[in-house]
Design a protein around this ligand. Structure first.
Ligand code: GUN
Length: 283
């Protein structure tokens, strides 16, 4: 069996076109959705990510500001900038790019962002809203995985989903989102005794570990949907995920490639959250 490919670029394009329409409708009512991105320091990967975020906003017709600061910026100064953006009516979403320099307490910074502008979905109020089913922003990478799952047309409801990884940004929110979509959810992690045993039961596998070849073909139930959140490098320096794509694609029913699967969805869901935030203000 050869799996059908879940094309993250195609799903992202469709959703971004919807975001552009919603943005145009808001602008016609005098509200331009605005995202503020703060980058502290010179981390090369972060520079690439924030560039993509700002560019995607512009392509969707949104207003975006990128604030860059030296790595020596004090925590107090950063908190002051966040508070100013909280009070700025032209800004509907605030994102502080992580990682932050070591002398700055990232948790404190995230908790200072107004929950109603937390389009990253990292604030404890956003996490709590996801857990309880209250309105709030879902964090972008796992939310993107939900959209990829939905793009297959296979219902999530009633399926057994196995999430591998328990990070605050992906594994844990992923499990809660799948639960919200009425899947039966198992969460596996580094202390799981027999990973293969659990993954073999899965109709849906989400791998978010950060280690290549974590999921191999012998672990996958024929026909399962496999979502690969991993971003690793193989021995040749080529980008690869947590799933052994070449062999798993022969067993799975659906599979995301790396690159071109989950990757394009993170920025896309950031746009969705930002336009949604502006719609709430405009309502
Ligand atoms: N660093 C890597 N990914 C992300 C993300 O999605 N949001 C933020 N704020 N920082 C990141």
């Amino acid at each position: 069996m050869t799996a059908q490919l879940i094309d993250g670029n195609a799903v992202a394009r469709t959703i971004r076109a919807e975001v552009a329409e919603r943005t145009a409708a808001l602008k016609a009512r005098g509200v331009t959705p605005g995202l503020a991105v703060i980058l502290v320091g010179e981390d090369p990967a972060s520079q690439v990510y924030v560039g993509k975020k700002v560019e995607a906003c512009q392509q969707a017709g949104m207003h975006s500001v990128l604030e860059r600061y030296e790595a020596t910026m004090t925590e107090a100064d950063l908190l002051e900038r966040v508070r100013a953006l909280n009070a700025d009516p032209a800004i509907h979403g605030i994102l502080v790019q992580l990682p932050l320099p070591k002398h700055i307490d990232a948790d404190k910074v995230i908790e200072t962002i107004a929950a109603e502008k937390d389009v990253d979905g990292f604030h404890v109020a956003s996490a709590g809203a996801l857990m309880t089913g209250l309105p709030g922003f879902w964090s972008c990478t796992p939310y993107g995985c939900i959209k990829l799952l939905e793009s297959t047309g296979v219902p999530i409801k009633g399926k057994h989903a196995v999430v591998i990884g328990r990070s605050n940004n992906v594994g844990k929110p992923m499990a809660l989102m799948l639960l919200a979509k009425n899947a039966t959810v198992t969460v596996c992690h580094s202390a799981t005794a027999d990973l293969a045993h659990h993954v073999r039961q899965a109709d849906i596998v989400v791998a978010a570990v950060g280690r290549r070849n974590t999921v191999t073909a012998d672990m996958v139930k024929p026909g399962a949907i496999v979502i690969d959140v991993g971003m690793n490098r193989n021995d040749e320096g080529k980008l690869c995920g947590d799933v052994d794509f070449a062999t798993v694609k022969e067993v799975a029913g659906w599979i995301t490639p790396v690159p071109g699967g989950v990757g394009p969805m993170t920025v896309t869901m950031l746009l969705v959250n930002t336009v949604e935030s502006a719609e709430r203000v405009a309502a």
